[in-house]
Design a protein around this ligand. Structure first.
Ligand code: ATP
Length: 252
């Protein structure tokens, strides 16, 4: 199959239902990809391109956004199209969201996230249909019916292996392996059900739209134990009103 010279433009002017692109402007803020806003007579689109990585990373991002979008709970950009670029990289086109001035309401964010966790059920256990990336680090999502096994192998175990390969520090690797082997009892009497997680929920991936409604972006989605969502909370700034609303939404 031949690849068009400008597949982003081609998609916007066909399935995107625009007849003309009026302006293309760069959007700052990301570190990994190049981001742009395309203004057209059919509205605005948000486009990310990567010059070297093929479409698999954006395909996984689109599947994650789609899964969250389908819960009809918290606002996320609707993904439109992913494909290869003729120069070897890839692109993703999604809904452009005009962000509001404030960081948004913590209580609304907690409630909407709780609603998403409640609505995003899995019939396949813990994992996701594809592997994806957290930042630019690969994230393994092989389905498992057992959270402790999934968390031990696909999360802690995989990260420890990457760290060992990269830095050669056996001490941390061995300590980590001991933790994996002995963490079972930490989950005694805990009821765990797989639910849809954003997977990389820190302040850089949280915003609000111009109505002040919370928006979450740039996910590393998978189905996991709800508490794993808060693994990044050390740099998310969640306060009491966030957690009160979150738990209230989970319990109703
Ligand atoms: N759907 C969207 N509509 C409007 N602006 C967006 C949208 N998605 C992201 N942005 C803006 O573009 C910037 C870059 O996006 P994003 O964070 O997804 O980039 P990235 O390079 O893939 O990721 P990273 O932040 O991990 O480097 C964000 O900081 C945000 O301000």
């Amino acid at each position: 199959m031949s690849v068009s010279q400008d597949p982003v433009r081609e998609w916007i002017l066909s399935e995107g239902q625009a007849t003309k692109i009026t302006k293309i402007s760069p959007v700052g803020g990301g570190c990994i990809n190049l981001a742009s806003r395309y203004d057209t007579d059919a509205g605005s689109f948000f486009v990310k391109t990567n010059r070297s990585i093929g479409p698999s990373m954006f395909e996984a991002e689109a599947l994650g956004l789609e899964a969250m979008y389908e819960t009809g709970t918290i606002r996320v950009p609707k993904p439109h199209k992913v494909g290869p670029l003729p120069t070897g990289g890839s692109f993703i086109v999604m809904e452009f969201i005009q962000f509001g001035a404030s960081r948004g309401n913590q209580s609304a964010l907690g409630r909407k996230l709780g609603e998403m966790h409640k609505a995003g059920k899995s019939s396949k256990g813990y994992g996701f249909d594809v592997n994806n990336t957290i930042g630019s680090t690969p994230q393994i999502n092989t389905w498992s019916s057992d959270w402790i096994q999934f968390y031990g192998e696909c999360r802690l175990g995989y990260q420890l292996k990457l760290a060992l390969d990269q830095y050669g520090d056996k001490t941390i690797y061995e300590k980590g392996q001991r933790l994996i082997k002995s963490m079972g009892p930490l989950f005694d009497n805990v009821i765990i059900e797989p639910c849809l997680l954003h997977g990389d929920l820190w302040s850089g991936n949280i915003s609000s739209d111009k109505n002040g409604e919370p928006v979450i972006l740039d996910p590393a989605c998978y189905y996991g134990h709800s508490e794993a969502e808060f693994g990044m909370s050390w740099c998310a700034g969640f306060g009491g009103s966030f957690y009160n609303s979150y738990f209230e939404a989970c319990d109703t």
